[in-house]
Design a protein around this ligand. Structure first.
Ligand code: FAD
Length: 111
């Protein structure tokens, strides 16, 4: 049976898993989801874009917090949308600056 039929934590908004935007925890305690499968609503109402750089920092956050839980420490790391789109494969400096500006704006909106 699909997990979505058992609990309401799976939002079938385009078939993605809705998670806590800071911890990546689903509504199931100690169950996390990261990366493109997740749906993270931003304050502006739109979802966090899919990007490898976000997946990377989400993984670091979840790994850190799980390690802290296991060792009895407070899981204190939060994902806050940090990341730089450094690998868009855009060739010119101008396009790179545009991508950088986009990511800075996104970062500021998440803060
Ligand atoms: C063309 C393109 C360019 C991109 N460029 C950039 C970029 O420049 N910078 C950037 O930050 N992001 C970029 N991205 C986005 C980035 O690739 C993704 O956000 C990131 O890879 C998501 O990581 P993930 O681990 O969630 O998913 P994925 O990297 O897609 O990993 C999911 C893995 O699960 C496997 N899988 C799927 N189904 C099953 C199954 N049933 N059983 C077992 N395994 C399964 C897949 O084979 C895959 O290996 C780009 C994406 C695309 C498509």
């Amino acid at each position: 049976m699909p997990i979505s039929n058992q609990r309401n934590c799976i939002s079938w908004k385009v078939g993605l898993i809705e998670v806590n935007r800071n911890t990546m925890e689903t509504d199931f305690p100690n169950v996390y989801a990261i990366g493109d499968i997740t749906y993270i609503p931003l304050e502006m109402g739109k979802p966090l874009p899919k990007a490898g750089v976000f997946t990377h920092y989400q993984a670091e956050t979840v790994a850190h917090n799980i390690a802290h839980k296991i060792t009895g420490k407070t899981p204190d790391k939060k994902f806050n949308g940090d990341g730089t789109m450094f690998s868009l494969k855009w060739e010119t400096e101008k396009q790179g600056m545009l991508a950088e500006t986009f990511m800075v704006l996104l970062y500021l909106m998440l803060k």
